[in-house]
Design a protein around this ligand. Structure first.
Ligand code: ADP
Ligand code: MG
Length: 394
């Protein structure tokens, strides 16, 4: 990575503002129900504490619409972090101004405070210059470890680093290294698997990957639009009629670029998106009018799996079917297992894909599961992430 990281700074005795992505799910009683994102930031926090920095944490949580709202308080997050670290984490009930300034002035080296939700202020998402300056006022150095928010140019992800020097945390560095290696310096054969509901969500990703991969596998709901472009009837399946031409163009581009495209050859179809509804496996040209495709079939899984096993680099974004329902999860789980069994560098991006890999029980055997849904997509599209671009060059 060509950006400075926390390895490159002198942190002892310094006030270091660390933007983390603690946008975690809370359960009905307001407790953290999945602390993956908190754990993902621990290496950075521990490193700074060990170096004797005064660690000031900032994050967003949910969408509180720019006003104080107790349901989106970072209180439960501060508690969980405290448990994980075995160290006191003091939550300051405001994000900028006198309250945090006073709390920070009383900090000792190696101590941690957490500022309240940055999205309690409408200025955050507007990347308001004065708000960014108020944040920057609290610290001497900025560390961005919120990869999941790096595609947003907000005050706490971008603005603040135009006022004080910004460097990457370990999580940010790891994400960029894995995603960047795959995108810009992959070992071949390089296979990308793109799925999910809609073509329109992933056009940018497909377009950018076409210049890089050897094989592009398309599954999930979006495969229907490509199959339609080949003249097939998909019954009641999810299909984007206005994207059929685009799908055809992408396939032509792939041919010109010498990229092999693999589409499903068989499908699990059902009369309804309902686990109780009647279902069967058919070849792609055998979808009756009243039926819909909800997963790839076993022969498709076998062909896709074979390509994955022969690959040296695999990127996967988007499930192969409606994996949330058990009868339509087999294609997705089968691909997850193929990735786990492959000797390739395997990278999974996208929130639902990460959840699917977890559900398939193979998360530990994937080289890198990105913590950032939107951010990893934008990175794979070849876009600049504002929260990364603003950090200091090496
Ligand atoms: P990610 O979060 O990994 O980027 P997406 O959000 O793009 O993935 O897509 C995930 C969604 O796509 C899932 O909710 C899944 O149910 C849906 N999906 C996959 N295949 C189909 C299909 N054949 N028909 C309808 N929805 C589908
Ligand atoms: Mg999703």
């Amino acid at each position: 990575m060509n950006k400075k990281s926390i390895r490159d700074i002198e942190a002892e005795g310094k006030r270091v503002l660390v933007r983390v992505d603690f946008n975690v799910p809370l359960n009905k009683t307001g407790k953290v129900s999945d602390d993956t994102r908190i754990r993902a930031a621990l290496p950075t926090i521990r490193h700074l504490v060990e170096k004797g920095a005064r660690v000031i944490l900032a994050s967003h949580l949910g969408r509180p619409k720019g006003t104080f709202d107790d349901r989106y308080s970072l209180k439960p997050v501060a508690h969980r972090l405290q448990d994980l670290l075995g160290q006191n984490v003091t939550l300051v009930e405001e994000t900028v101004g006198d309250l945090p300034r006073k709390a920070i002035s009383q900090m000792q080296d190696g101590e941690i405070v957490m500022l309240e939700n940055v999205r309690f202020y409408p200025e955050e998402e507007k990347n308001d210059d004065r708000f960014a300056r108020s944040l920057a006022d609290l610290a001497e150095i900025f560390v961005n470890d919120a990869f999941g928010a790096a595609h947003r140019a907000h005050a706490s992800t971008e603005g603040v680093a135009r006022v004080i020097p910004g460097v990457a945390g370990f999580l940010m560095e790891k994400e960029i290294e894995f995603l960047g290696k795959a995108l810009y310096n992959p070992d071949h054969p390089f296979v990308a698997i793109i799925g999910g509901a809609k073509v329109s969500d992933k056009i940018g990703v497909i377009g950018n990957l076409l210049g890089k991969v050897d094989t592009l596998i398309i599954g999930g709901g979006m495969a229907n639009t490509f199959l339609r472009a080949k003249g097939l009837d998909l019954g009641k399946s999810l299909l984007e009629g206005d994207k059929v031409d685009l799908a055809r163009e992408l396939m032509e581009k792939a041919t010109d670029a010498g990229v092999k495209i693999l589409l499903p050859v068989d499908l699990v179809i059902s009369r309804a998106a309902d686990p109780e509804a009647e279902r069967k496996v058919v070849p792609v040209d055998g979808v009756p009018e009243d039926w819909m495709a909800l997963d790839i079939g076993p022969e498709s899984s076998r062909i896709f799996g074979q390509a994955v096993r022969e690959a040296k680099t695999v990127i996967w974004n988007g499930p192969m079917g409606v994996f949330e329902m058990e009868p339509f999860a087999q294609g997705t789980f089968s691909i997850a297992r193929s990735l786990a069994e492959s000797g390739a560098i395997t990278i999974v991006g996208g929130g639902d894909s990460a959840a699917a890999v977890e559900k398939a029980g193979v998360a530990g055997r994937i080289t890198h599961i990105s913590t950032g849904g939107g951010a990893s997509l934008e990175f794979l599209e070849g876009k600049k992430l504002p929260g990364l671009a603003v950090l200091q060059d090496k």
